[in-house]
Ligand binder design. Structure first.
Ligand code: 16G
Length: 242
């Protein structure tokens, strides 16, 4: 029997919750079944009520999900995003996941009014538009459309676009992106987006619109990133300033 109750500062429910959260995070794969309530109660020498409360917490934190009559299962953990300027590739690597891309299309097109305004160029000026499905450990995570002024990165479309766009901008064009304005909205996937992200139509998603600037303050990229709502989340550290 494993012991619980040695740490006086935490209730038994809290201790069991911590233990199970480590089990789910480190030893179980998404979809694996947890031991039954009875097994957990026996193993840890606690009541079934304590077990149920610990599982309720994990369920509300979306670390596990329950299926009536079948048991409790480890969830696919959402990837948490810190508010730090990163590329998709850096973001995924920092979470121990392998980033990837599937190129949908890459074209040269006039900027148009909205993108032109954000990039501080004329609506008639050409931009490159690159659409990619971004993957983490080969599973679709995000649908991304980036616009970059042709004048800043001539020949961009002749380069391999399956890797990191930001690395290409840095190594080939000496453009280092350092800052962005972002708007984050809740949305749902339309049928085409859902198919590309291998999700159900109308399932929830996070839409992030970004204008990214380089070290000289030039707007270099206007992008839309559409993340699967069940796989991605933002973590923001906030502090009281007064
Ligand atoms: C991030 C950016 C996106 C950029 C991409 C480059 C957000 C919301 N968006 O996904 O604008 O195009 O990184 O990533 O963070 P890459 O260098 O791996 O291609």
């Amino acid at each position: 029997m494993s012991t619980i109750g040695a740490d006086q500062r935490l209730t038994k429910t809290d201790q069991l919750r911590e233990h199970l959260s480590t089990l789910v995070g480190e030893r179980l794969c998404p979809g694996d079944r947890l031991p039954t309530e009875r097994e957990l109660a026996d193993e840890f020498g606690v009541s079934r009520l304590t077990v149920r409360r610990a599982l309720d917490r994990l369920e509300s934190e979306r670390l596990v999900y329950r299926v009536q009559g079948a048991g409790t299962f480890a969830s696919r953990r959402p990837i948490t995003k810190t508010i730090e300027f990163t590329s998709f590739s850096e973001d995924m690597r920092s979470r121990g996941l392998s980033p990837g891309s599937r190129l949908l299309d890459a074209v040269e097109t006039p900027a148009g009014a909205r993108i032109g305004y954000a990039l501080a160029i004329s609506p008639a000026d050409p931009v490159f538009r690159v659409r990619r499905v971004r993957t983490a450990d080969d599973a679709p995570m995000c649908l991304e459309t980036s616009h970059v002024p042709l004048a800043l990165a001539p020949g961009l479309l002749d380069l391999p676009l399956e890797g990191s766009l930001y690395s290409l901008l840095e190594t080939r064009f000496r453009i280092r992106l350092v800052r962005a304005d972002q708007v984050i909205r809740a949305t749902v996937l339309d049928p085409e987006e859902a198919e590309l992200l291998q999700a159900m139509p109308l399932s929830p998603a996070l839409l992030v619109e970004r204008t990214a600037y380089d070290q000289r303050g030039r707007a270099v990229e206007v992008a839309k990133s559409l993340y699967r709502g069940d796989r991605y989340s933002y973590e923001i550290a906030i502090e009281r300033t007064s």
